[in-house]
Design a protein around this ligand. Sequence first.
Ligand code: HEC
Length: 205
Amino acid sequence: MKPDRSKNFPVNAGDETEPSIGTAEMPVAFIVILALLIFAGGMFLSSNGGGFNSTVYGQYSSTNELAALAPQDEGNKQFAQGREVYGRTCVPCHQPSGAGVPGQFPPLVGSEWVQAPKADRIARIVLDGLQGPIAVKGTDWNNVMVRWKEVLNDEEIAAVLTYVRNEWGNKADAVKVEDVKAIRALEKDRNEAWTSAELLKIADQ
Ligand code: HEC
């Protein structure tokens, strides 16, 4: 039996149609605007997108790679090479901080030997080593430093000396490769470590 809804929802005569779901046509203007937007977006991408080429979107894989491309003057290059040489040859004894190890390895930071006007003495120390008593910054040391003649070439020695002369607050002129070469040639017959007494006879200015 059909329920008599007029009891609960009184309706006026002639107002009995219920709302219904249907479809209506999309306005043509909307489709046209959408098409124009897609077209404009495509134009923008093709003129600014660089063809999605990897040389546009992925040139560099790290900031280090970028930094390596930054223009460098000769001094920076030598200093960077010196840091690398220091890291693989001098660090175990003189330490990353250049402070050495008390009682064993003297400091390079603040050292008057390292910051002498000329590198004639320290170039000899690195080439042939050093042994016996030496005073550094008012402290006496008495140990042995190995020689690097056979391991490091002139360019590497000039670089590492330039590095230790200008790192940790040290300040002194860069060391030229020719100077190291000249000292190596001059001392080519030497076959033992230097003593500080011998070195003090060599002019350092
Ligand atoms: C195996 C340890 C060792 C290594 C590696 C070493 N040194 Fe030394 N270095 C010493 C010792 C020990 C002395 C002091 C020697 C002495 O008492 O006569 C010294 C002394 C020095 C001095 C003079 C004193 C001073 O403190 O200023 C300089 C300069 C120096 N070293 C530079 C270097 C450089 C540059 C390198 C790397 C190429 C290097 N050393 C690698 C142990 C080392």
